[in-house]
Design a binder for this molecule. Structure first.
Ligand code: SF4
Length: 720
């Protein structure tokens, strides 16, 4: 395809939004339609259609994917660098040279420890890799992390503890169709990634039972056979209770446990204390529902052991992970899966439904604060030596592990006198922290007090609005790059149209900054991917046998795909787990309450989440008319009984107040939510910003903030 309107000949690509990475075809929009009407000047040169032959979505797209071409329109996006004028203090257009010179000058004027980089889970693999190299070898700073830390770092940490590696789904999405019992925990794919529901529907048509665990009766719960509705922050206790029942009722797959796992006795000992009546008191889930759930899973697991079709799966998402005990909670669900003998069996297993577009690949290539490419540990001398050789630097010169995302943000601002750990200059690539970070009021204050903030983005996000320099980036259909979807399948998104003339690719931006800072980085995506492959060789996430050419030929390649597995690995754990003894590990985890529980002052729980027509911070989707009309503003969902107690009617403005801030939005009454809990989606800035309320308390292992529960009080502000 070319960038000239009407000359495009179509091509395969993938949706720029979530981790399902639905297959799409790009179709040229002719300059003049059948009736002779000219296309508007700023209209995108392509439109999008679902790709029937891509097995993940089979032609289906949600509203976000279907409207993705609109993001390419000049009307919605940045088309020129912006710099903050020293005289007027406003952002004004600038040339690329002026903007890049200013960034280079500001970053090089500071001690590397006072400079930080914040990446994103939507960046391509090439960008995620290059950003880690840029931070560590050009800026020479240990301060780099990314917004995936806010997304699924708890599942990643838990899978690493249990399985010795972390790939969201260790099997292709289509395997879901083979299962006969599916437990979906803290996951609402009917809103976040609707096309995946066709696989659950197909499983149900074949006889599967779909059970959801969620404090809200979500759209997904509406499509399920059963719904367990625990108090937010208590599903760790629920998982322990189900393990207790599995043991007590003889449902454990003893042969599997003996042959393929270690550490069961310690996990079983803890579960002994979680008898069903106690768990009902802790979670609010009835004992009978627990019995029914564990028997449904165990029956399906037993059937597959005896050669019958089917299997059992436990799949989790952000509802399980975004807690100060998220890693332990995920491990509790994995422990249950191991006790029932699921991981590594056909049609069975545990998996995490990754959220962001490149949530999987984004965490494998070195933009995480503690990792190098190939999912290698930054504190591993052999890993440092391997990667340093590829980067042409002395391993001793590579910085060590840095602060995690929330810790990094907590160090921002305060000026040059704020101490050796203070960060005074921040480069943000592909994140809108003013909306998506926890404790957003405090985050905003810190970012506003930085000595220098530069943001690379497609649009003038809320974070870009307060930056000193804004660099407009090319986007999905305008640049070549790879994404790794939630199955670990590596996908090529080829450049299909010419970028808008005012923008540059993120790889070009990094290369041009590197040049100004005395270094050298490639801006060629195929070259960067080949280097990424070499850096990952022999690591857990081995991409070394994958190339843009193979992907362009349509080969289906799942990592690990290296010297030992050149055809890729669609299914993991069939023979052994990548642990020193080849066994999966039960991790002994115990329940603890959330960092902030309701009290007299803040008597309700707040839980946050997503809605169908918005994506993450909404920076892109709030600019697309069809999506914005479908979901124009934030809201506070509360149970009619609670609304009656408060004297609140549908549509009245309700203020939600936590220890960190206030958010106000129209009340939406629904019996889908527990009476002790209110829900807010987090996609909006301003008065309805849910993250003004959320608690930055961190999980000690994954450093995931506690987005999913905090204590609030409610005040009616209108609608009397
Ligand atoms: Fe895009 Fe995700 Fe929607 Fe698919 S489900 S069209 S990948 S946003």
């Amino acid at each position: 395809m070319t960038g000239k309107r009407g000359t495009s000949d179509g091509g395969h690509s993938h949706c720029p939004y979530c981790a399902l990475q639905c297959g799409i075809d790009l179709i040229a929009v002719p300059p003049v339609d059948d009736r002779g009407a000219a296309a508007p000047e700023d209209a995108p040169a392509v439109r999008v259609a679902g790709r029937e032959d891509f097995p993940v979505n089979e032609g289906a797209l949600c509203g976000k994917g279907a409207s993705a071409a609109q993001l390419l329109s000049a009307r919605l996006r940045l088309t020129s660098p912006l710099v903050r004028d020293r005289r007027t203090a406003a952002l004004r257009p600038a040339t690329w040279d002026e903007a890049l010179d200013r960034v280079a000058r500001e970053l090089s004027a500071r001690d590397p420890r006072a400079v930080a980089v914040f990446g994103g889970g939507s960046l391509t693999n090439e960008k995620a890799y290059q950003l880690g190299r840029f931070a560590r070898t050009i800026l020479k700073t240990p301060n780099i992390d990314y917004n995936g830390r806010f997304c699924m770092s708890s599942a990643a940490a838990a899978q690493n503890r249990a399985f010795g590696m972390d790939r969201g789904l260790p099997f292709p999405v289509r395997d879901i169709r083979a299962a006969r019992a599916i437990l979906l925990v803290g996951a609402n794919p009917a809103e976040t990634m609707p096309p995946i529901m066709r696989h659950f529907a197909a499983a149900r048509e074949a006889g599967a039972v779909l059970i959801t665990v969620d404090p809200r009766r979500t759209r997904t719960a509406d499509q399920a056979d059963r719904h367990l509705q625990p108090v937010p922050g208590t599903d760790l206790a629920l998982a322990l209770g189900l393990l207790h029942l599995a043991v007590a009722e003889g449902l454990v797959d003893e042969q599997y446990v003996a042959r393929r796992t270690s550490g069961f006795d310690d996990a079983r000992r803890i579960a002994t204390g979680y008898w069903p009546e106690r768990v009902e008191r802790l979670t609010g889930v009835p004992v009978a529902a627990m019995h029914q759930t564990v028997h449904t899973l165990a029956d399906a697991a037993r059937a597959v052991r005896s050669g019958a079709p089917g299997g059992a799966m436990i799949l989790s998402a952000r509802g399980t992970e975004q807690h100060s005990k998220g890693t332990d909670t995920v491990n509790a669900w994995i422990n249950l899966a191991l006790a029932l003998g699921l991981p590594g069996r056909p049609g069975c297993g545990y998996g995490a439904l990754t959220g962001q577009g490149n949530g999987q690949g984004g965490r494998e290539h070195g933009q995480k604060s503690d990792q190098l490419p190939g999912y290698r540990r930054l504190d591993d001398p052999a890993a440092r030596e391997h990667v340093a050789a590829i980067w042409g630097v002395d391993p001793d010169e590579l910085p060590g592990p840095g602060p995690s995302a929330a810790e990094l943000l907590a160090r921002c601002g305060g000026g040059a006198q704020a101490g050796p750990d203070a960060i005074d200059a921040l480069l943000v690539m592909g994140s809108n922290l003013l909306v998506s970070a926890p404790g957003a009021v405090q985050t905003e204050e810190r970012l506003r007090s930085l000595g220098f903030l530069v943001v690379c983005d497609l649009v003038l996000s809320e974070t870009a609005e307060i930056a000193d320099v804004v660099l407009p980036a090319a986007q999905w259909a305008e640049e070549t790059g790879t994404m790794t979807n939630l199955e670990g399948r590596v996908l090529l998104r080829p450049a299909a149209i010419a970028p808008h003339p005012g923008v540059r690719t993120d790889l070009e931006i990094m290369a041009q900054l590197a040049g100004r800072l005395g270094g050298k980085l490639s801006a060629d995506p195929a070259e960067v991917f080949a280097e990424l492959g070499r850096a990952s060789a022999g690591g857990v996430a081995d991409y070394s046998a994958i190339s843009h050419e193979r992907l362009a030929r349509g080969e289906e390649l799942y990592w690990p795909c290296g010297e030992d597995s050149p055809g890729g690995t669609p299914r993991l754990f069939e023979d052994c787990f990548p642990t020193p003894d080849g066994r999966a590990r039960f991790v002994p985890v115990d329940f603890r309450v959330s960092a902030e529980e309701p009290d007299d002052q803040y008597p309700y729980r707040l839980t946050t989440g997503r809605v169908l027509s918005q994506y993450q911070s909404g920076a892109q989707t709030r600019r697309v008319d069809s999506l914005n009309q479908a979901a124009p503003e934030a809201f506070v969902e509360l149970h009619p009984d609670l609304a009656r107690d408060l004297g609140v009617e549908e549509g009245a403005t309700l203020s939600v107040i936590s220890r960190r801030g206030t958010a106000s939005a129209p009340a939406r009454l629904s019996r889908a939510i527990r009476p002790d809990t209110v829900f807010m989606p987090f996609h909006w800035p301003g008065a309805g910003r849910a993250n003004s309320l959320t608690n930055p308390a961190l999980d000690p292992t994954s450093k995931m903030p506690e987005f999913k529960t905090c204590a609030v009080r409610l005040e009616k502000t209108s609608g009397e």
